[in-house]
Design a protein around this ligand. Structure first.
Ligand code: SF4
Ligand code: SF4
Length: 191
């Protein structure tokens, strides 16, 4: 009677074996990762290098030659924006136009880059940063001054309206001619 009470329940050894095997596999993973280089970084003290086409926070730029605001208030970015988060008022002037007001609701932005693609003067650009986290939604309603300040603070992405449109343009004449010549080289079959 006492002997049968001391006997382990059916399946005890099988369950114990599975448990030990599972713990062993888990410890193996832990040990392997213990000596690996960390994949995390102590952000923001250390920053990762972002790719050139990084689509980060939007900003407004100045003209390189004159230092003037590059935006001419044409409102193309406002028309193209899918969630309609850009509002621009044009200020007409003698030599060129400006944006009288420019607001961008970043909290609803899709980061689609369409506004950058259509901008004729490379005025609206994206920065290589997403560093605008906040608990106050109002901080993400960006006006013209804030957008220019962001443009000065962070590194810009490679993409500008003119560069992006160049990529989509038909081949340059020289290349097209070269291809035409190559086609012209094909001899007509002899009659
Ligand atoms: S990135 Fe897209 S969603 Fe954001 S402001 Fe530009 S057009 Fe609008
Ligand atoms: S940012 Fe560019 S597209 Fe938008 S209003 Fe200014 S010039 Fe026009």
């Amino acid at each position: 009677m006492a002997d049968s009470d001391a006997r382990p329940a059916p399946g005890f050894w099988r369950d114990t074996g599975q448990l030990v095997s599972a713990v062993g596999r888990a410890m193996n993973v832990t040990l392997r990762n213990l000596f690996r280089a960390p994949v995390t970084i102590p952000y923001p003290d250390v920053q990762r290098p972002y790719p050139d086409r990084f689509r980060g926070i939007l900003a407004l730029a100045y003209e390189k030659e004159t230092g003037e605001e590059a935006c001419i208030g044409c409102r193309l970015c406002e028309y193209i924006c899918p969630p309609q988060v850009i509002k621009v008022e044009m200020l007409k002037a003698e030599k060129r136009n400006y944006a009288k007001t420019f607001t961008l609701e970043l909290y609803s932005c899709e980061f689609c880059e369409l506004c950058v693609q259509v901008c004729p003067t490379d005025a609206i650009i994206m920065m290589k940063s997403f560093d605008l986290a906040t608990a106050d939604r109002r901080d993400l309603l960006l006006d013209k001054d804030r957008l220019h300040a962001i443009g000065r603070e962070f590194e810009p992405s490679w993409a500008t309206g003119n560069r992006l449109r160049d990529m989509q343009a038909p081949p340059k004449p020289a290349r097209a001619e070269a291809r035409g010549d190559a086609k012209g080289d094909v001899k007509e079959p002899a009659e």
